[in-house]
Design a protein around this ligand. Structure first.
Ligand code: FES
Length: 107
């Protein structure tokens, strides 16, 4: 299973083996990773699953689509060019090793 690492704002880390087909948001919620709220359940309507992905992210990461792009304007912490909604990051084998940084707050 692909391994995804969540890096909290205090730099503590959790690495999870997630099944292909889930999302980075859902994996966090199922494993009680603090720092991702996911209030809308993954329907791109809340921006409480905001994460930052670094420039060393796997190239297989899908591009931001227009719906995600619009909702990223409503994140609690500043949007940067590394911002993504983790509910829109589908876990694939190619994402093995992905590291996402969590913002200081989601609400
Ligand atoms: Fe609501 Fe991602 S969980 S936008």
């Amino acid at each position: 299973m692909p391994r995804i690492t969540y890096v909290a704002a205090d730099q503590s880390e959790r690495t999870l083996d997630l099944p292909v087909g889930t999302t980075v948001m859902r994996g966090a919620l199922l494993h009680d990773v603090d720092g991702i709220a996911g209030q809308c359940g993954g329907y791109v309507q809340c921006a409480t699953c905001h994460v930052y992905v670094g420039p060393d992210s796997p190239a297989a990461l899908d591009a931001v689509d227009s719906e995600e792009d619009m909702m990223l304007e409503f994140t609690a912490c500043p949007r940067t060019r590394d911002s993504r909604l983790s509910c829109q990051i589908k876990v694939t084998e190619d994402l093995d090793g992905l590291r996402v940084r969590l913002p200081e707050q989601q609400l």
